[in-house]
Design a protein around this ligand. Structure first.
Ligand code: ADP
Ligand code: ADP
Length: 228
């Protein structure tokens, strides 16, 4: 197993205001697979993803990524894991407004030990001709492509996407999903994606349905539908 999350528990607050956000989650995904987490707002999706990405820590249970139990790493080791091995994509692109497309990607390639070439990732996302533009000069879909390029320039083993199409129209969403599938194929990157959109499950190897901090359904997909 590439991702192996076992009996994960997480609470916020204490005493009377204590909220149990994750109540014994089990999540497994093979290397090179695409996993989708579906669930209503507040069900714990982002918390789960943050723990897998080394942004947050679980209170109980364990997570191993590619054979390394990240729940046992020191803070410094966890930071290194997050920097080297995980690419993050969010609903809002979080690009630096006063840096060009190319410079936005360079910021991330500089912190990696074995980055891909900036022009290679720009070509992979179809934006080589816009490398010297600023984010405000790009459409939403193009800005999301830049954020994908920025995430993959580190050549991460794992790509975590939190509502990557949440701010995009239907057609643009499809093209972003198609791009994520291409990245998955081309680089063998394992992808875990949060979405509200049940239709996206068709492109995943496994779909996890989360409700109030528990996985209430897990589906394995035999026939992956490519995004058009
Ligand atoms: P989802 O991504 O499914 O919308 P989240 O993981 O963001 O759910 O949040 C799950 C629950 O945990 C929510 O009730 C939220 O208010 C709470 N929560 C998330 N992060 C924090 C935090 N840092 N402090 C306190 N409560 C939090
Ligand atoms: P979409 O239909 O995807 O929302 P837009 O209509 O926002 O796209 O943009 C269409 C094209 O115009 C894009 O290729 C984008 O790069 C370019 N563009 C949008 N805004 C600007 C701008 N302020 N300056 C230069 N080019 C822009």
């Amino acid at each position: 197993m590439f991702i192996e999350g076992l009996n994960l528990e997480k609470s916020y607050g204490a005493g009377e205001v204590k909220t149990e956000v994750l109540k014994g989650i089990e999540l497994k995904l093979n290397k090179g697979e695409i996993g989708v987490i579906l669930g209503p707002s507040g069900s714990g999706k982002s918390t789960l993803m943050n723990i897998i990405g080394g942004v947050d820590r679980a209170d109980g249970g364990s997570v191993s990524i590619d054979g390394i139990e990240i729940t046992r790493l020191s803070d410094d080791q966890l930071t290194e894991y997050r920097r080297e091995s995980v690419g993050f994509i969010f609903q809002f692109y979080n690009l630096v407004p006063n840096l060009t497309v190319s410079e936005n990607i360079e910021v991330c390639s500089n912190i990696s030990k074995s980055p891909l070439k900036i022009d290679e990732v720009l070509e992979a996302v179809g934006l080589l001709d816009k490398k010297n533009r600023f984010p405000r000069e790009l459409s939403g879909g193009e800005q999301q492509r830049v954020s994908i390029a920025r995430a993959i320039v580190k050549n991460p083993k794992l790509l975590l996407c939190d509502e990557p199409t949440g701010a995009l129209d239907f057609q643009t969403s499809r093209s972003i999903l198609k791009l994520l599938q291409q990245v998955n194929k081309k680089y063998g990157t394992t992808i875990l994606m949060i979405t509200h959109n049940g239709a996206i499950g068709a492109m995943a190897n496994r779909v996890f349905k989360l409700r109030s901090g528990q996985i209430v359904e897990e589906t394995m997909n035999q026939t992956i539908v490519p995004a058009e």
